[in-house]
Design a protein around this ligand. Structure first.
Ligand code: P6P
Length: 342
């Protein structure tokens, strides 16, 4: 009988998101208490609740509008309402949360917690792309985490209206053919696939890097005639091979799905100013800014044309921004053309 095979400790087989967050804390944030990892566990718990409801959506009477409209004037899908409540609850019970800002809530949710306890401000879009739910297209959750400013004159407004470069973490969950959590805490980007058999997010994309140049551009072509001319010329260049390669067009119409493909395959996603949305449709604080943080951490770029998304000084909680996000080759080329057209 030969020697027994070496016993591999379970930790060599899988790394869960919780393990990873704790390991990252030990490596990069050794002085931080457990509050940060406890905070992120609130987000992973809420997204598992959301995922379970989404997977049942076709069976339960949960499809279709909830009969209400949200602060954006958009009809609220029942899953939107559930997702928002799940995140508000799971994060609200974490003592380290001072303020929550949701796409579904006109006003921020402020908790009466001392500054030394309530250290974090969290923004989220609980279920982005929800209009796609009834046709079974991937949807997503996006989140962004800031520290609450410690300065004496800090107030709710100054805590909320911080530029994106001050984020301490950001991430998204894409509820697609599998459910994947992608997050950064400023030291690289990591992806975890939900294993339904154990109910845990397991490391599947270690130190994700966005290709410098990819093969897809992603934009709502139907709006082409309403785009500023610099965007039209840029799209023409992508189509006629001026960037040195051929491109295919891919547009899901669900930001998190379009961005996740761009993260993995490269290329560029654009939501330009249009007639209907002169400042662009996407929201700065809980859509463009967290995705920009992730993109830059993975070697990509994100701009509104005039400046880096992460440098924009927010003026109001639900403000919109044009967004061009993707590989450094595609976004640099856009910036060059945009500035030349100014
Ligand atoms: P359009 C979904 O409603 C959403 O907010 C994003 O997820 C998506 O990228 C965008 O709108 C699609 O907008 O105008 O192309 O339908």
């Amino acid at each position: 009988m030969g020697a027994d095979p070496p016993v591999r400790s379970a930790s060599k087989l899988i790394t869960t998101a919780q393990q990873h967050i704790l390991e990252q804390k030990e490596i990069h944030f050794p002085d931080a208490g457990g509050t940060f990892s406890w905070l992120l566990s609130g987000i992973t718990l809420a997204t598992k609740m959301i995922e379970a409801k989404i997977r049942q959506a076709g069976l339960l009477d949960i499809l279709g509008a909830a009969g209400e409209t949200n602060v954006q004037g958009e009809s609220q899908q029942k899953l939107d309402v559930f997702a928002n409540q799940a995140l508000l609850h799971c994060l609200g019970v974490r003592e380290s949360v001072a303020i929550l800002v949701s796409e579904e809530n006109e006003e921020p949710v402020v908790f009466d917690r001392a500054p030394e306890t309530g250290k974090y401000v969290i923004f989220f879009d609980p279920l982005d792309g929800s209009s796609n739910i009834d046709v079974n297209v991937s949807v997503g959750t996006i989140f962004s985490i800031f520290r609450r400013p410690e300065s004496a004159e800090a107030n709710v407004k100054s805590a909320i209206l911080q530029p994106g470069w001050k984020q301490v973490a950001a991430g998204y969950v894409v509820y697609g053919s599998s459910t994947i959590l992608v997050y950064t805490a400023g030291k690289g980007v990591f992806g975890f696939t939900l294993d339904p058999s154990i109910g845990a997010y397991v490391l599947s994309h270690d130190n994700l890097r966005m290709p410098e140049q990819g093969g897809f551009y992603s934009v709502n072509d139907a709006q082409y005639t309403h785009f500023p001319q610099a965007y039209q010329r840029y799209l023409d260049a992508l189509r006629n091979g001026s960037l040195g390669r051929e491109y295919s067009s891919r547009y899901v119409g669900s930001l998190v799905a379009d961005f996740h493909r761009t993260m993995l395959k490269g290329g560029v996603f654009l939501y330009p100013p249009t007639k209907g949305y002169p400042s662009g449709k996407l929201r700065l604080l809980y859509e463009a800014s967290p995705l920009a943080f992730i993109a830059e951490q993975a070697g990509g770029m994100a701009t509104n044309g005039d400046q880096r998304i992460l440098d924009i000084e927010p003026e109001n909680i639900h403000q919109r921004t044009p967004l061009v996000i993707g590989g450094s080759v595609e976004v640099s080329e856009f910036q060059k053309r945009w500035r030349a057209a100014r």
